[in-house]
Every structure is written in C-alpha cells, then in structure tokens.
Write a protein that binds this ligand. Sequence first.
Ligand code: MEV
Length: 327
Amino acid sequence: MVTASAPGKVYLFGEHAVVYGEPAVPCAIQRRARVTVREREEGLRVHLDDLTLDGFTIEYAGDATGRPDIDVSESLVEAGIGYINEAVDQARDAAGVEDGGFEVSVESSIPLGAGLGSSAAVVAATIRAATTELGVDLTASEVADRAYQVEHTVQDGDASRADTFCSAMGGAVRVEGDDCRRIEGIDNLPFVIGYDGGAGDTGALVAGVRQLRLEYDFAADTVAAIGDVVRAGERALAAGDLDELGDLMDFNHGLLSALGVSSRSLDSLVWAARDGDALGAKLTGAGGNGCIVALDETDAALTALDYTPGCEDAFRAALDTEGVRIE
Ligand code: MEV
C-alpha cells in the first residue's frame, strides 16, 4: 500500500489563454489531494472523499460501466472516475503491466471543479502512488507528463499542461505550450481564496471560449491580450512588485469576464475582495462557479470575503513549493 499526495493550485495569470499557446503562471498552494493505492487481484475499487462530496465507494470491473446507484451528481462521479481510470492506465503503462486490480482511496481538501486544480492533483497523486505500488519510481516531471496525457484524454484534447505540471512540480510555474518550467526564487505570495460553494464545467467553459475565438476576431484578440498581461505579470513577479501584480490580476479578470467565463457570484467575490483593499482579485481556473484568488498582505480581504453573502469559505493559501510526493 502506498500513499502519495499532490497540491492544488491557483492561476496568478493566464487560464484559458494557455489552451491557445499563450503563457500562464499557476502557483501550487498548500491544499493537497492524498491518494492511497493498494494492488488487488482484479477490478478497480475507488473511494472518494473530498470537501464537496460525502465519501462514497464505487466498485467495478475495470471500466466506468456497472456502477452502483449512489447519491451524488452523475457528472461529478463520471469526472472523478474518468480521471482515476485513466491515471491507473498510465501507471500500468509505466510499469508495463496489461491489467491488474487496484483499490484507490482519495482524500482531498481541494473542492472538486472549483478552479483549484483538484483533478490534476488527484491524477498526479494517483499516478505516483500506483506506479510506486507497482515498483516503478517516476520523477516529478514524468508524473507531470503522464498526468497531462490523462487530462488530455478525459477533456477530449482541450487541456493545457498548466494544471498538471504545476501540481506535479509545485511552486510557481510558467507554462507556454509544451514549454513548462518552474519560476525559481518565489517563496510565497499573499493569496486569499474565496469559494462560492459551486463548481464550473471546465469542458463547456473551454468550448465556449473556443467558439467565441472562432466567431470574433476581437475574442481572439482578447485571448492574445491575456498573453500580454501574463508577460507583464512575469516582469512584476520578478521585480517583487505586489501592487502591479494586483493591478494585472484585476485586468486579467476583466478579460476573462469579456470571454464569458465569470459569473455573478465570482464577480461578487472579486469585488468583495477589492472593496476589502486587496491588491487585486480574479477568478481562478475555468470559471463559471468556484473560487477567486486575491492578493492581500493584511487580513482585510479575508474578513470582507467572510462577511460576503454567497461566500461559502474564505481562506489564506500559502505557496506550496513541493509538488507530488510519497507520504
Ligand atoms: C482549467 O483549470 C484551466 C484552463 O485553462 C484549461 C486548461 O488549461 O487545461 C481553463
């Protein structure tokens, strides 16, 4: 039996645009998914327990059919099982075994589908734990690469390497197409997260932006403008200029709103954080519903979010410089 964990993330800049080759800067945060894997004779038994679900267990013969009836939303189950199934296949491939059963138990403090990289963290930790259980020692970048293959398959090709690379490597990272690297010298950033209790449908949101980009040149220009914001953000990050980082996060949120991926509830949390004197605030991840990230060295934005109707949870999240690891 092996347990591995991997961190969630926030996007300082660049979600959605990164799907079209623009750069993005996601940062790993100290909220982890822990996955325990044990080999068994045959079939897959998955126990999933996270903030958004009361724990449940599913047992099936090796694909997602024949599931018992359970009291959670079909799409959350499909998503969770799809990711874990593919991650287990990647582990089998790395170990050169055709099949073989696993018991997989997931415990996560990252809400599902809320923009904090829950699926990437679960996939990275599952691959690390399952390969170790099979006697194979993958490096973090090998885990990142296989985790990306999983997201690419499950999300029908509409996935960048950003979430999976960040979760596997930890720290602040820069992703532009296939060029993925860690940004060295960043110890911490004063992240405050607001969570509206909901989830976004990443596939549908990414498809919506793809459609807008095809339909309107100005939507394509908006995606390219996000790339410009990211490049300016990288300079501000290197200079340690938190005020400018905040301003650029505000700008990035405006461009994401223009692309239709924000919502009344995310906007309301963004404005609560700004009214609470955050240096800047934006949605993080695919959008729709879920989380915003603000930058604030004081407690003011956190307090403002705590008192905002519709904010289910608000918390500080420190940068996690460690990526996927065996526990
Ligand atoms: C989702 O966490 C981030 C998106 O940019 C999609 C991706 O990069 O795969 C919306």
